[in-house]
Design a protein around this ligand. Structure first.
Ligand code: MN
Length: 333
């Protein structure tokens, strides 16, 4: 079975250097934490060296990786630095995809700090570089994509049918403190709390009424959204208790669960667990679930072996391993 993994982190040495320089001058826990991870001696090779990566893929039985700039991406920088770094990263990813078209696809990094230039970069990355979508490492300095200031990004992504992978990052400054006590600000809980919040804000903010064809991708089996499909649909009951309706919500054209099923795909990154797979197949359907590992932070072999052995029909396995990714990201086989 052809295996495409779709949340696979990449970095250039230039990005890693710029990030570590920024981290040296920052006391923000959302920068310090990833800086410690990215400073591990093996990380530069795993993230930037293509021969190292191809060896891991071959050993694990991964045919193709969709590359994306590692979290926290360029969003921690000022707008000018972030915009320039994103362009350089995208050029490098495009060169790799060009050299190994059967082994790699790529998502474009953008700097939402400057929405107009980010939209320009989406057009360049998709139309000129041939990249397959966009990665946004969730909030940008505490702001989320439901804010209309980011509409140029969403509009361009919709026009070009470029999916946006909203990849987790650490909770913003005004959210992170209660998570820090038990090391919950990262993959254990904080990523899903922050990125799940981001996606729910987009649903409730009417983003998918403004951009009905926009496709969002969430890792980690949907950052908890499938679990909440039933409860989110209670929104109208919740609102009936309020004299003044918060803006946006009351005018939603579809039920929240419907936006999630129509406009969101979920991936398996870091959630290699049969009961969860069965649940998500039940509530989202096999055409909305896509295989991902989360290289190099999760084990590629373990991820691939898990899905290969999962107790589901082969047709569904094929959907998840490759067919859905090929269709959504328009990848060649
Ligand atoms: Mn990841």
């Amino acid at each position: 079975m052809h295996v495409i993994a779709t949340e696979e982190a990449f970095a250039t040495n230039e990005f890693l250097h710029a990030f570590s320089r920024t981290a040296e001058g920052s006391r923000s826990p959302g920068i310090q934490y990833p800086a410690r991870i990215l400073a591990r001696p093996e990380m530069a090779g795993l993230l930037s060296d293509i021969d190292v990566r191809l060896r891991v893929m071959d050993e694990a039985g991964i045919d193709m990786q969709l590359l994306s700039l590692t979290s926290p991406g360029v969003q921690v920088f000022d707008a000018d630095t972030g915009t320039l770094l994103a362009r350089a990263v995208n050029d490098r990813i495009a060169a790799i995809v060009h050299e190994y078209p059967k082994r790699f696809g790529g998502l474009a990094a953008i700097a939402p700090q400057d929405p107009a230039r980010a939209a320009d970069e989406i057009r360049r990355a998709v139309n000129e570089l041939g990249l397959h979508g966009i990665v946004i490492n969730s909030h940008t300095h505490g702001e989320f994509l439901d804010d209309p200031k980011f509409d140029p990004i969403l509009k361009t992504a919709e026009e070009l049918a470029a999916p946006i992978y909203i990849h987790p990052t650490f909770p913003p400054e005004d959210m992170i403190a209660p998570f820090q006590r038990y090391l919950l600000e990262g993959a254990l809980w904080g990523f899903a709390a922050e990125t799940g919040l981001h996606a729910v804000r987009m649903v409730m903010g009417g983003v998918f009424d403004r951009f009905p064809n926009l496709q969002i991708v969430l890792g980690h089996m949907g950052e908890s959204l499938p679990f909440f499909l039933f409860r989110l649909d209670n929104v109208q009951d919740f609102l009936s208790g309020h004299a003044q309706k918060p803006p946006g919500i009351a005018s939603l054209e579809r039920r929240p669960s419907q936006y999630i099923r129509d406009n969101i795909h979920i991936t398996t990154s870091g959630m290699f667990w049969d009961p969860l797979l069965n649940f998500c197949l039940d509530v989202m359907g096999s055409d909305r679930i896509i295989f991902a590992v989360d290289y190099p932070y999760e084990d590629s072999r373990r991820a691939r072996d898990w899905l290969a052995a999962a107790p589901i029909p082969d047709a569904q396995k094929e959907d998840i391993f490759s067919r859905n990714a090929r269709k959504l990201f328009r990848l060649g086989s």
